[in-house]
Ligand binder design. Structure first.
Ligand SMILES: O=C(O)C(=O)/C=C/C=C/O
Length: 494
């Protein structure tokens, strides 16, 4: 049986289909690891094609059953109860998330788990207060017509979510999906299945109708994710993760012309002007580079600093980087592991590539000296480079690790061009005490989100997402409704 509250125990993480937990029908499973220790902590039951078909059918049946006939206020009451139950079981969600990710308990306790509840509450509010649209039209016969719009759920939504903020990013999609009356089949990352599975217990506890929320596990080609995106009874697909995976999903979505909502990769820039408050800039950018061990889609991996403050900024980022301590999980400065041995090796490959391309390693560049079995996992050193060209590999490709390259600039137009010279367009941060410059440069960024003198400050009502290779569509507040509902305009001749 799954024991989320004691993740050190080897246990089985099950699929959750039509309100019940079940093993994969083909008896296949795959290992689940704690990235801090590197130890296997469980087995995950792999959903077969039949299991995924059952989950989609359960979601369809729920739409055609009690869930589909519920009023908005009945749905709002249920998803508000989900939020409360997540909070009541926050210790279990915390244990499950830390077991799966190895992330600092402080990060999971202050970001991941609270956002799990907040995401449901946010969209309960949005769907309760969202105004409709209507127009009184003058008609050729001298009369009038009333045009008004009604929103209806899109149907069965496939939710494919990543391993860096598993509960946060899954509920960022499931919250609005359910608020709008859809049903979901969730395919969590194979690295982090636990909190998605645990949410099934919450759904049952609050009396969510069976089939509204389903979870199927799997990884790679020929498994649950592919079965799900290929299932013609899935009405739309939402995905957060790597750009190249998004491209593959989009190909599947094309069959049947299914809508997609994507938050994909990024190579986000931080720009520090000479008139910046360096205390703010170093605090904000050291979080943007090193928080969650750099495994944040919004993270910063390239920093441009106006020349007069370049040397001081580099020295202060070195100090900040060395303040992050791998292998000290209860220390607020703890730098957790990367999610897997594979990802650790990928990041170390970029560390080597940086040196090959002429980087000066200001700090880090390898793996930390850690002793003890509890730190035998996938740790790397927080790293800062100088001496790299803007066109170097590590300044152009998304690494998704605790590292950044720092490059000097001289002119505002120059740095705007550098920051925008990327196929990605997710976010940026601007650091300057000159507010007209802050507004001006932020507006010049070709990104979905730009922070000024801040980073990762989130108002869930705002438009969130990226352009170019960073995604399609926006999530957040009323923006999520564009994806999770279909509009019908009704014109009544008066
Ligand atoms: O803050 C959010 O709503 C969000 O989506 C964060 C994404 C982080 C990705 O790594």
């Amino acid at each position: 049986m799954t024991s989320y509250a004691s993740p050190a125990v080897t246990d089985t993480v099950l699929n959750f289909i039509d309100g019940t937990y079940r093993e994969g029908s083909e008896g296949k499973s795959f290992p689940n690891f704690n990235p801090a220790t590197g130890e296997q902590i469980g087995l995950v039951q792999e959903a077969s094609a039949d299991d995924v078909a059952d989950a989609v059918a359960a979601a369809r049946n729920a739409l055609n059953g009690r869930w589909g006939s519920m009023t908005t206020s009945e749905r709002v009451k249920l998803i508000t109860a989900v939020a409360a139950e997540i909070e009541r079981r926050s210790d279990d969600f915390l244990a499950a998330e830390v077991a799966d990710t190895g992330k600092p308990r402080a990060v999971a306790a202050h970001i991941d788990i609270p956002r799990g509840a907040a995401n449901f509450r946010m969209f309960a509010d949005v769907i309760s207060t969202m105004p409709g649209e209507s127009f009184i039209t003058d008609t050729p016969d001298g009369g009038q017509a009333n045009n008004y719009t009604v929103r209806k759920p899109k149907g069965v939504i496939a939710v494919i979510c990543p391993w860096n903020f598993p509960l946060l990013l899954m509920t960022w999609k499931v919250g609005p999906a359910l608020a709008c009356g859809n049903t979901v089949v969730v395919k969590p990352s194979e690295e982090t299945p636990r909190t998605a599975a645990l949410l099934g217990e919450v759904m049952n506890a609050v009396g969510m109708p069976d089939g509204v929320y389903n979870v199927v596990h799997g990884f790679g080609p020929g498994s649950a994710g592919e079965f799900l995106t290929s299932n013609s009874d899935v009405d739309a697909i939402t995905f957060t993760g790597e750009t190249r995976t998004g491209e593959k999903i989009m190909q599947k979505a094309a069959v049947g012309v299914r809508d997609v909502s994507f938050e994909l990769g990024g190579k986000n820039a931080g720009i520090v002007f000479a008139d910046a408050d360096l205390n703010k800039a170093v605090e904000g950018l050291s979080r943007a580079v090193f928080m969650n061990t750099g495994q944040v889609c919004l993270g910063t991996e390239r920093v441009y600093v106006e020349r007069p403050v370049y040397e001081e900024f580099v020295a202060r980022m070195k100090e900040a980087a060395e303040g992050f301590k791998p292998g000290a999980i209860d220390d607020p400065a703890y730098l957790g592991p990367l999610i897997s041995a594979e990802h650790r090796d990928k990041v170390l490959g970029y560390y080597r590539r940086a040196v090959e391309e002429g980087a000066t390693v200001v700090t880090g560049g390898g793996t930390p000296e850690l002793s003890g079995p509890e730190w035998a996992g996938f740790f790397v050193q927080p790293t800062v480079w100088t001496g790299l060209s803007h066109d170097s590999t590590v300044m152009r490709e998304e690494i998704f690790g605790p590292c950044c390259g720092v490059i000097p600039f001289d002119e505002e137009d120059e740095v705007i061009a550098l920051a925008n010279d990327s196929p990605y367009g997710l976010c940026a941060s601007i650091w300057s005490e000159n507010m007209s410059r802050g507004h001006r440069v932020a507006a010049a960024m070709d990104v979905g989100v730009c922070w000024v003198n801040s980073w990762f400050l989130r108002d869930l009502r705002t438009a969130f997402g990226g352009s170019g290779h960073s995604g399609i569509g926006r999530e957040g507040g009323v923006h999520s409704l564009e994806f999770y509902t279909e509009l019908t305009n009704i014109c009544v001749k008066l």
